[in-house]
Ligand binder design. Structure first.
Ligand code: SF4
Length: 176
């Protein structure tokens, strides 16, 4: 079975996409420097770890730079995101997917995708466009699936396990 690197934004969003990737050996990547504040970041991170352990899925994690000093969050993340002329969510997708392709290449994994595709609240077409461009630039294979119709089944299955499910997207501005 071929490996696929699944950029995983959180456990609830990953549940539905994982059911559509059964023909692959999934490796789940944690790289989400957008999630604020640190307590929330660590809660989602631990939930992801526990969920992947339960599913027996291999993991790779890349720590957000600002976690060691929360006051650096704005400097390293939000300032750049809000100044992005394509919008902060574009920046947020791009940075996480750039890291995904970097880690895929480093680990000789040809295929990649992202759990960002699962949520009906995300900008689906923008995620596809960025992923396709990065796949071309890096000679990788972007695996497109559309889990949006089964998104809530996935979220509910995670909740039933007693795992945490968040109430906002991730960055400081999405908390409002
Ligand atoms: S709203 Fe969500 S996708 Fe957009 S910048 Fe904030 S965390 Fe990222």
């Amino acid at each position: 079975m071929e490996k696929i690197l699944l950029h995983t934004c959180c456990a609830p969003c990953s549940a539905s996409i994982i059911t559509l990737l059964q023909n692959y050996q999934i490796v789940s990547l944690w790289f989400n420097p957008n999630i604020y504040p640190k307590t929330e970041h660590l809660l989602r991170y631990e939930t992801w770890q526990n969920y992947m352990k339960l599913l027996n899925i291999e993991t790779i994690e890349v720590k957000a730079d600002w976690l060691d000093d929360e006051s650096l969050y704005g400097k390293f993340w939000l300032d750049d995101a809000v100044q992005c002329e394509m919008g902060r969510c574009y920046y947020c997708y791009l940075k996480r997917l750039e890291k995904t392709t970097e880690i895929a290449k480093k680990n000789n994994i040809k295929n990649f995708t992202t759990s960002l595709l699962s949520s009906p609240y995300q900008k689906h077409d923008t995620i596809i466009e960025i992923s396709k461009n990065l796949a071309k630039e890096n000679n990788l294979n972007f695996v497109y699936v559309d889990p949006r119709k089964i998104f809530y089944n996935g979220v509910n299955s995670v909740k039933k396990l007693g795992l945490y499910s968040q109430k906002y997207c991730g960055c400081k501005l999405s908390m409002r």
